[in-house]
Design a protein around this ligand. Structure first.
Ligand code: CIR
Length: 263
């Protein structure tokens, strides 16, 4: 069973953290409607959507990806780089404890899930304004026993590693090569974002039981076309209000396999 943990958009979303965008007014009702479409897209691709408890006082709580890394064997609870986001972790821990044993990143480590790109047993981890070297080396020590290899990657000019590069097929990445060095990911096939769409590298690959698809923001049509030309099936979702909070499509869920008997 493919599980997607999501969480409702907080009414306080407009007070979100921002790193690389100016603070544009956010239509929170619009963001909620976008989030409903996103959950529907996940369901249409066979995922079981599990709602984490709402956290109305935590503006960024909808971006659940940053609170945990969920693997087959274990889930690692992160310690988000932005202190305002750390209280998001506990309620996610309660949800994940029904599915996986839990491990944790401890101070002084910081790690945002948005900085982790898993390709097989390689974990590319962005060294960003949110993730530090201590977080990265704790992650490596925690996961050694399952033979995951943590590979640090420098990220510049964007929030997270997955703002710069995401997986869109078994051996294919979507990338903005001005935010991250493409050589880091050899020998995988790379699709470049369209030049007019620098922030278009965040796509959510869903490879469940049905046809593998990519959930993707509708406001990046030129890059969507590139994905389709590369043979990807694109499921477009509206995402302009969530993007004003620097959120992308990977950020709004924790996607993992669980046995059918799981809750
Ligand atoms: C933040 O700055 O933390 C939020 N406003 C956006 C987080 C987006 N998360 C992600 O890309 N994984």
């Amino acid at each position: 069973m493919l599980v997607a943990v999501t969480r409702a958009v907080s009414p306080t979303l407009a007070d979100c953290e921002l790193m690389h965008r100016p603070r544009d007014p956010i239509n929170v009702a619009g963001a909620m409607a976008e989030h409903a479409c996103y959950e529907e897209a996940l369901r249409s691709l066979g995922a079981t959507v599990v709602n984490a408890p709402p956290e109305p006082a935590l503006p960024d709580a909808v971006f659940v990806e940053d609170t945990a890394l969920v693997l087959d064997e274990v889930a690692v609870l992160t310690r988000p780089g932005a202190p305002t986001r750390r209280p998001e972790v506990e309620s996610i821990a309660r949800v994940l404890s029904a599915y996986k044993p839990l491990l944790r990143i401890e101070p002084p480590g910081t790690l945002d899930g948005g900085d982790i790109l898993r390709v097989g047993r390689t974990l590319y981890v962005g060294v960003s304004s949110r993730t530090n070297r201590a977080g990265l080396s704790q992650l490596q020590s925690l996961l050694n026993k399952w033979c995951y290899e943590v590979t640090p990657v420098e990220v510049n000019g964007c929030l997270h590693l997955k703002s710069a590069v995401t997986q869109v097929a078994e051996q294919m990445l979507l990338i903005n090569a001005s935010y991250v060095r493409p050589e880091c990911f050899a020998p995988m096939e790379l699709i470049e974002v369209a030049p007019a769409e620098p922030d278009a590298a965040n796509a959510l690959w869903v490879s469940g039981e049905g046809e593998a698809s990519v959930i993707y923001p509708a406001h990046y049509p030129q890059t969507a076309e590139r994905l389709e030309r590369a043979g990807r099936r694109v499921v477009a979702v509206p995402s302009t209000e969530l993007a004003k909070a620097e959120g992308g499509v990977t950020c709004c869920s924790l996607l993992f396999d669980a046995p059918p008997s799981a809750p």
